[in-house]
Design a binder for this molecule. Structure first.
Ligand code: M6R
Length: 634
């Protein structure tokens, strides 16, 4: 979603701002802009230079190359449209009426309608459709008041004016502000939308996410909720919302926080698909090492007392993370015997189930910043806290790829899936890491509850240990095959994905991947549901992808696939090789594994299939239209 990048120092900042924005491109956006303060021009008049453009960063970068805006202080933004179309007027930065104050914002100002009405009554004309534009106007009015009261145009007046305006705003947001009359300062603030400050040599940075800092500095400080900071070339002043000065030591960027490069791959998504064996191996080395001390089945951060108390589990997540949660729920119920429910985080918040006792709430999010998931977790914490009954206490666990995120800061226990930064908007290796974490939890609960024999648990662990090698072979085998098959289906308009049991979430994930990056309509169904409605859609133009793995529902899935074939649908199978697989027109074979571990493999051909269709169509695979990597608004 929107990205903020800001720099203050002694260098010309416009190329740095573009560079920072480029590193935030992966978040998804549809317009971009920068503002700098030019205080070294020949007229000795401090003025704001603002350049904005619709579409990709290259357009903005070309404008800037033609006419480089001068200045050693600047703010920049990539916008993912929420209020108003993606066009130049709605692109950030937004200015106040005097044209001296510029603001970029990430998030949503929920009470912007009321605030814009009150601005209109004061004669202020808003020029954009955004919720952001009210902020520079409000700051402008505050500054006017302060100056009328005899304060001078200095950093403290600037800081106080922004502080005052923050008390008027409702919503989740982060902002960066510059004022041309105080050309050596940037004020930044955050309210539930992440912002980090970077410490360079003689310069300071501010960004929505750590990858933007790579190449500039490896020392950073994440802002906390309700904090505001003043950045000058001499240092940082950090305050809480009551104006108390805060002091914290910065952290160092870890390898996984560094921006990955594409190496020789055409797209990040393909590279990330190829990285899955490594993701799996690293997960196994960390959580399922051969030398686990006796009594420990898996090295996950769950205390014995929590394990003893928990009677049921609820999983909150969105999109692909929810699909990982569904695989997890199947495993936790069917292998470990723990009743488990999965919720769309966005639905849970407004329609939570009645409180259940001794419940573990698991939030799953690769970014750790998904607003819907965070809001659902916060709501659950609050309503459980309100009961004051120990049976209803909030037992929490996060599963994320970004421990440096709001998830990491807000949740007491977090499993770091450690997949390494994922740039492609379509989640691939992080989905694998999330599923693996659920396998770990499954083993932990099954052994603790003595639901399975030690042999059964050992068998599952050993099957998991084979996954990295099987993934390597599978990717090698199916990359070129899926490329061939993808060419046959690139013009298709609708695709149905079928799966059952533990592979039903994989059917959903296959359909989501195809929709996201190839813009082909796709729907996943539990295979048994086909005859209850969706079968009406089938003919020779609607292919069916069927995930059929030997196990409890194998025969059933094959029969459901036959029903599709009988309606002339082209059948693509993800299955083991055998006489039954002859029914498929195209076949992605997977090795003969137990049904339990099969989702870790069946998803791979579906990722490659979607990838190659999108690449064949020449689409922007890594940054599909309208999508964002971190969905930081509800
Ligand atoms: O960062 P999260 O895992 O919380 O994101 C949740 C969804 O927005 C995300 O999985 C989305 O569906 C992806 N683009 C899937 O490829």
């Amino acid at each position: 979603m929107c990205g903020i990048f800001a720099v203050i120092g002694s260098r010309e900042v416009s190329p740095l701002l573009i560079d920072g924005l480029r590193k935030l491109e992966y978040r998804g956006y549809d317009s971009a802009g920068i503002a700098t303060i030019d205080n070294f021009n020949k007229d000795q008049i401090e003025k704001l230079n603002v350049t904005k453009s619709k579409g990709k960063l290259i357009h903005l970068s070309n404008l800037i190359k033609k006419k480089p805006p001068k200045g050693h202080v600047g703010i920049a933004h990539t916008r993912w449209a929420t209020h108003g179309k993606p066009n130049e007027i709605n692109a950030h930065p937004h200015l106040d009426s005097s044209g001296q104050i510029a603001v970029v914002q990430n998030g949503i100002i929920e009470n912007y309608r009321d605030l814009s009405e009150s601005l209109k009554t004061k004669g202020i004309k808003l020029t954009s459709e955004t919720d952001t534009e009210i902020i520079p106007h409000l700051i402008g009015l505050e500054i006017e008041k302060s100056l009328a009261n005899g304060l001078s145009s200095n950093e403290q007046t600037f800081l106080k004016a922004v502080q005052k305006v923050l008390t008027l705003l409702e919503g989740t947001y982060s902002i960066a502000v510059i004022w041309s009359q105080v050309p050596n300062a940037i004020v930044v603030a955050m309210e539930q939308a992440p912002l980090v400050i970077g410490f360079g040599e003689g310069e300071f940075f501010c960004a929505s996410d750590t990858p933007a800092l790579v190449g500039f500095t490896s020392t950073f400080l994440p802002l906390r909720d309700h904090e505001i900071a003043l950045l000058t070339p001499l240092g940082i002043e950090l305050y809480d919302n009551e104006g108390n000065r805060q002091h914290r030591s910065p952290s160092l960027l870890k390898g996984t926080q560094l921006l990955a490069d594409k190496r020789n791959f055409r797209h990040f998504m393909l590279k990330e698909i190829y990285e899955q064996p490594e993701t799996a191996q690293q997960w196994i080395d960390r959580f399922l090492p051969m030398d686990l001390s006796s009594g420990n089945s898996v090295a996950l951060p769950i205390s014995k007392s929590t394990l003893e108390k928990i009677e049921q589990i609820q999983i909150l997540a969105c999109g692909t993370s929810r699909h990982a949660g569904m695989v997890g729920s199947y495993l936790l119920e069917q292998f470990s015997g723990v009743p488990t429910k999965v919720y769309f985080a966005s639905e849970f918040r407004y329609a939570p189930p009645p409180l259940s006792p001794n419940t573990l709430t698991i939030g799953v999010s690769q970014s750790g910043e998904t607003a819907d998931t965070l809001a659902a977790l916060r709501m659950e914490k609050e309503r459980r806290g309100a009961t004051k009954d120990a049976n209803y206490a909030f037992h929490q666990l996060g599963i994320t790829n970004r421990v440096d995120s709001s998830f990491g800061r807000e949740l007491d226990n977090v499993i770091d899936i450690g997949s390494g930064i994922e740039i492609g908007v379509a989640a691939t290796k992080t989905f694998l890491g999330q599923m693996l974490s659920f396998y770990g939890l499954t083993i932990l609960f099954a052994s603790h509850r003595k639901k399975r024999t030690p042999q059964e648990i050992l068998d599952l662990s050993n099957d998991l240990r084979l996954i990295p090698k099987q993934l390597t072979d599978l990717i090698k085998k199916h990359d070129s095959l899926s490329k061939e098959i993808a060419h046959l289906f690139a013009e298709t308009k609708d695709v149905i994905f079928l799966g059952r049991g533990i592979n039903y979430p994989i059917a959903l994930e296959g359909a989501l991947k195809l929709k996201e990056i190839s813009y082909i309509h796709a729907q996943g169904y539990p295979a048994g549901e086909l005859k209850h409605g969706p079968i009406a859609l089938l003919d020779q133009h609607v292919p069916v992808v069927s995930v059929a793995v030997p196990g409890v529902v194998y025969e059933k899935v094959l029969s459901n696939s036959q029903e599709a074939k009988a309606r002339d649908a082209r059948l693509i199978g993800v299955s083991t090789n055998g006489p039954e697989s002859e029914m498929f027109d195209e076949l992605f074979t997977i090795p003969k594994v137990t049904e339990w571990v099969s989702p870790l493999l069946t998803v791979v051909p579906l990722q490659l299939f979607s990838y190659h269709i999108a690449a064949h169509k020449g689409l922007d695979v890594d940054q599909p239209r309208n999508l964002a990597k971190s969905v930081t608004v509800e």
